[in-house]
Design a binder for this molecule. Structure first.
Ligand SMILES: Nc1ncnc2c1ncn2[C@@H]1O[C@H](COP(=O)(O)OP(=O)(O)OP(=O)(O)O)[C@@H](O)[C@H]1O
Ligand SMILES: [Mg+2]
Length: 277
């Protein structure tokens, strides 16, 4: 669905942001990209939809190699919608509804269809009732939701979200994750960058770990978060549930985990229930 082969990218000031990235996301997956500040997550996403052009390597969307002529870029961006890390880079229309309508109108959809998509998208991100409001007067978390609605309204095949939950309140985070899972169940492929390891294990099918512009690990949440070498190299931490079980094991309270810690509340609950039997 989306594939990157050996991507190198340097900024004008000489910063080597990406150093030979291979990346693949298949139809219907939810993939998380994790890595510390400055690791290259946003740069990689901007390479995925052609906003930045790799110095070396190629991007493939649905098997088509991304070329950088206008037609090829438009085709790519119809399939692949990006929600930027900073909503101010995305939101610019005078009202919320005009902002969310921008994408659908650009796709040459009718006024009726656009209107339908705008209200549906705002409803799904919990921003109905804010249609006439000026985006710059919204709170940070509200802006983030409007930015997500703007991409949602275009119904892309792949939705890429750069730290979609940063700045949201806890209930807002839950709602966005629930929405992304719903969209995924409806067939949308989803790629998320995040620092929130407790959440990643709840939703991701696959996790990529990036350090200094290189992918140092990829696998299921279980494979990644039971590999302490990767966790250390990437400046990550274990999910809190895993941390708790690790401590219990280290202090001899639990045995037999074999470096296979429960990662989610559900897994932890099941393990404890089993032990208490
Ligand atoms: N416009 C730019 N010009 C020069 N260097 C840049 C530019 N944008 C990013 N960089 C550098 O490229 C590297 C990768 O940055 P990037 O924004 O991709 O990291 P990130 O993983 O998204 O970090 P964060 O978690 O903080 O969002 C960093 O070293 C950063 O300083
Ligand atoms: Mg970033």
């Amino acid at each position: 669905m989306l594939k990157a082969e050996n991507i190198f990218y340097s900024y004008d000031d000489g910063t080597k942001a990406l150093k030979g990235i291979d990346f693949q996301i298949s139809q219907g997956e939810i993939v998380a990209l994790v890595g510390k500040n400055g690791a290259g997550k946003s740069t990689l996403f901007l390479n995925f939809n052609g906003i930045l052009r790799p110095d070396e390597g190629n991007i493939f969307v649905d098997g088509d190699m991304l070329k950088y002529d206008k037609k090829s870029l438009i085709k790519c961006r119809q399939k692949l919608g990006i929600v930027f890390q900073n909503p101010d880079d995305q939101i610019f229309a005078p009202t919320v509804e005009e902002d969310v309508a921008f994408g659908p109108l650009n796709l040459k959809l009718s006024q009726d269809e656009t209107q339908k998509r705008v209200s549906e998208a705002l409803k799904r991100v919990g921003m109905s009732g804010f249609e006439k409001k000026a985006p710059h007067n919204l709170s940070g978390g509200q802006k983030k939701r409007v930015a997500i609605a703007g991409i949602l309204a275009m119904k892309p095949e792949i939705m890429i979200l750069d730290e979609p939950t940063s700045g949201l309140d806890p209930v807002g985070v839950r709602k966005i994750i629930k929405l992304l899972k719903e969209l995924n169940n409806e067939g949308m492929t989803i790629l998320i960058s995040t620092h929130d390891v407790d959440l990643v294990v709840e939703y991701a099918d696959k996790v990529y770990v990036i350090v200094d512009g290189e992918i140092i690990g990829k696998g299921t949440p279980n494979e990644i978060f039971n590999n302490m070498e990767i966790i250390k190299k990437a400046n990550l931490r274990l999910p809190l549930i895993a941390e708790l079980f690790k401590k219990l094991e280290e202090n001899g309270k639990i045995t037999g985990l074999n470096n296979n810690y429960p990662l989610t509340v559900k897994e932890g609950y099941e393990k404890i229930t089993e032990i208490l039997k």
